[in-house]
Design a protein around this ligand. Structure first.
Ligand code: GRF
Length: 190
């Protein structure tokens, strides 16, 4: 059984799907949820599933040990970023080489980088009259959204779509694919 940490700071719908998926399998255990926002929806999801949480602060994350000691003491094997917006410090990347992945709600390398998150991504994609968008799951390196790609899935954009309807399509793709991709990457890398 491998132990994963999910880093999330939003509603946590991806975290919920990942938790549900692995609750019926004996390959992976979601051992902890790491969050930087005290009022994030993902904390309620963690509580509902009896999963411990770490509420992190900027000082330790960026100027301390980036919670490496705490994650290691919890025997965390792999880190999954699911709607986590802070840049990952080099120290944490070095502690989990090729053992940290992120999901991005667009087809990278387009529509990524600093500031490209949440509705901003979908609004920009729509404004550019793209015919399709999708999701990218990738390894995390020291540059925002630039690590090696692992998986992409696409959806079409209709003329009637706006940022909200596109976001809903993207969430469906994320929920369908992210748990399975995590399972296969953790299996290969461990
Ligand atoms: C997802 O769209 C993910 O791609 C992005 O943040 C969003 C998180 O949504 N990085 P949720 O909190 O899992 O509902």
């Amino acid at each position: 059984m491998k132990r994963i940490a999910i880093f999330a700071s939003g509603a946590g719908s991806n975290a919920a799907k990942i938790i549900e998926y692995f609750s019926t399998r004996n390959t992976i255990e979601v051992a902890v949820i790491v969050c930087n926002k005290p009022d994030a929806g993902v904390l309620k999801i963690a509580a509902d599933h009896d999963i411990p949480t770490i509420l992190i602060g900027k000082e330790t994350f960026f100027r301390g040990d980036a919670y490496v000691a705490e994650l290691k003491s919890l025997n965390i094997d792999f880190i999954v970023l699911a709607g986590f917006l802070w840049k990952i410090p080099q120290q944490l990347i070095a502690a989990y080489p090729n053992k940290m992945i992120n999901i991005h709600p667009a087809l990278l390398p387009k529509y990524g980088g600093k500031g490209m998150y949440g509705n901003k991504v979908h609004e920009t994609v729509i404004a550019n009259k793209e015919k399709e968008s999708g999701i990218t799951i990738h390894f995390v390196n020291e540059h925002f959204d630039e690590g090696e790609h692992i998986f992409q899935a696409t959806c079409s954009i209709d003329e009637t779509d706006d940022a909200a309807t596109l976001a809903a399509k993207i969430h469906l793709l994320e929920h369908e694919h992210f748990p399975k991709v995590i399972e296969s990457v953790v299996d290969e890398k461990n």
